[in-house]
Design a protein around this ligand. Structure first.
Ligand SMILES: [Zn+2]
Length: 57
């Protein structure tokens, strides 16, 4: 049985074989080991969640 990831925004299942967003949060730490967290989201949830995020440039 393959486990389905859960949407980070709405909490329902994200089927891996359907459109989805995979987010990898890399925490760069100068004094400690880097951390990595994986998140999944539905494309529509992700768009709503990040609507006010800014580009890094
Ligand atoms: Zn969702």
């Amino acid at each position: 049985m393959t486990e389905q990831p859960t949407c980070a925004v709405c909490g329902s299942k994200v089927p891996p074989d359907e459109d989805h967003v995979h987010v990898v949060a890399n925490a760069k730490r100068m004094r400690d080991r880097d951390g990595r967290e994986d998140y999944y989201a539905h494309p529509s949830c992700w768009r709503e969640e990040t609507a006010e995020w800014r580009d890094p440039a």
